[in-house]
Design a protein around this ligand. Structure first.
Ligand SMILES: [Zn+2]
Length: 276
């Protein structure tokens, strides 16, 4: 039996060696399709393109093709340059964005960016009111429903349902105008300053995220929720997506921004890992 197995292995080894190098991604399990997987990964990141939604005063994403095609030496080659503001598309706000001398994006401890997530779904209210402000009661109601407090060290994701409108600027931002004059036309839901204060004074969260362009709602003038959270070193993820695919608890978040030295924010790749 042993020698039979060995023969089979040698045969398979030779067979495999004869093939072209397999594409690694073809070999990875496809967890969402396998049915018996222990984990499923949900991408919470919008792709970056010329359609990406940026703050109305920020430079939009640009991609310049440097090379694309067959070279003289016979191999294919593709390379691009890109340019982006820190605060646009799916991105992180570092504490220094609204708090002098606070952490820049490269200084945020990784412990704040990787950890247990919870989701608070306010979409039934926010989708009916583009100026909806998430309240303290939204948090306390979640705690009653889940029969637990918001766990220490958790990454809190706020679902308004607005990512379904992305990248339609009129629906998602309230306007497709740009520049300073467009600021007063912004309408989208956000976190109320009272709820931000309640959160930092009564619970110990690692980070927070939302599926709108900003933690403060579109009509905000003083960005108090930003100031409250960022002053306590709680980074904020903005323009995230796919929150409807997450449960209220029992998932991990991995949120890794580009490590820009001294950056006030950065493009972010954020994913959730669900267990079953
Ligand atoms: Zn931002």
């Amino acid at each position: 039996m042993k020698s039979f197995n060995l023969t089979v292995w040698i045969f398979l080894f030779i067979l495999n060696g004869c093939k072209d190098a397999p594409n690694l991604s073809d070999e990875l399990p496809q967890p969402s399709q396998s049915g018996n997987s222990q984990e499923r990964i949900v991408d919470l990141t919008h792709e970056f393109s010329e359609e990406s939604v940026y703050w109305v005063t920020a430079k939009e994403f640009e991609l310049d093709i440097v090379a694309q095609g067959e070279t003289e030496k016979g191999y294919y080659y593709s390379a691009n340059n890109f340019a982006t503001a820190e605060h646009g598309g799916t991105h992180i706000d570092a504490p220094i964005h609204f708090a002098e001398n606070a952490q820049s994006v490269d200084e945020i401890p990784l412990e704040r960016l990787v950890g247990e997530g919870i989701k608070i779904d306010v979409s039934s209210k926010a989708l009916r009111n583009p100026d909806y402000l998430i309240t303290i009661e939204d948090f306390t109601n979640w705690e009653k429903e889940q029969n637990q407090r918001i766990p220490n060290g958790s990454i809190v994701l706020l679902e308004t349902g607005y990512s379904r409108y992305y990248p339609d600027k009129i629906k998602y931002l309230g306007t497709d105008r740009r520049g300073e004059q467009a600021i007063e036309l912004l309408h989208f839901p956000g976190l109320s300053p009272d709820a931000a204060t309640w959160l930092v004074e009564n619970r110990k969260i690692s980070a927070i995220g939302i599926d709108t362009p900003s933690m403060d709602y579109g009509q905000s003038q003083y960005f108090k929720s930003h100031v409250t959270l960022l002053s306590k070193n709680i980074p904020a993820f903005e323009n995230i997506m796919n929150l409807d695919k997450l449960p209220a608890i029992d998932f991990k978040v991995v949120a890794l921004p580009m490590k820009i030295k001294g950056g006030s924010g950065a493009p972010l790749r954020i994913i959730a890992i669900l267990g079953d």
